[in-house]
Design a protein around this ligand. Structure first.
Ligand SMILES: Cc1cn([C@H]2C[C@H](O)[C@@H](COP(=O)(O)OP(=O)(O)O[C@H]3O[C@@H](C)C(=O)[C@@H](O)[C@H]3O)O2)c(=O)[nH]c1=O
Length: 184
């Protein structure tokens, strides 16, 4: 498994090995011991799967605040996405900074996003499927949405505002500053 720490070093890009043959490939997509060896000590309790019908769908930016903050291990199993994480931890040297990675069905890469970060993605292809493991269960009261295109964050999304397809919730999301007391 290849392990790369991104510009925000708590965000880790994991690329499990694929064993190819004439049938296709085999890959261990999750291995607790290898994750622990990479310094990721996470216990996952929920798996999610979403389908986005067209290129330019934006989901996010989302997080859950304590007591149900979630770490997420995200991968794209069909098509391609541009996956982004924003450090929302008060007092962190990276507070307000973002990093992104392309996750595709071909590269099999996974992004580890610890609790305390916002997460979102933009689909780069039609019919993009995303699957991710979470370290806590969904809790509506702890859910927060932050405006994907908040100028205070300056995220370089690979889609123009006019072409992005968002949920009603995400279109009405609060600016990043409203999350100020989310993670202390
Ligand atoms: C997140 C979630 C949603 N739901 C329900 C609520 C709602 O009726 C429906 C769709 O929810 P949403 O519109 O919030 O789905 P979506 O916009 O895909 O939300 C997801 O976005 C990405 C970026 C994340 O990081 C995830 O944690 C999650 O917030 O699914 C669950 O039952 N369990 C869950 O864990």
């Amino acid at each position: 498994m290849k392990i790369a720490r991104l510009a925000l070093p708590d965000i880790v890009l994991l690329t499990p090995q694929r064993f190819g043959d004439e049938r296709g490939f085999f890959s261990e997509t999750y291995n607790a011991a290898r994750m622990a060896a990479a310094g990721i000590d996470a216990v996952f309790v929920q798996d999610n799967h979403s389908l986005s019908r067209r290129r330019g769908v934006v989901r996010g930016l989302h997080c859950q605040v304590p007591p149900h903050a979630q770490g997420k291990l995200v991968r794209c199993t069909r098509g391609a996405i541009w996956d982004v994480a924003v450090d929302a931890r008060q007092g962190s040297p990276g507070f307000g900074q973002w990093v992104a990675a392309e996750l595709t069905e071909d590269n099999g890469s996974q992004l580890w996003i610890p609790p305390g970060f916002l997460h979102g993605f933009c689909t780069l292809t039609d019919d993009a499927e995303v699957q991710y493991k979470c370290t806590d269960v969904w809790n509506r009261d702890c859910e927060r949405s932050v405006r994907w295109d908040d100028p205070a964050l300056g995220i370089a999304w690979p889609v123009a505002a006019g072409d992005a397809l968002l949920s009603d919730k995400d279109a009405a999301a609060a600016p990043f500053v409203a999350l100020r007391d989310g993670f202390r």
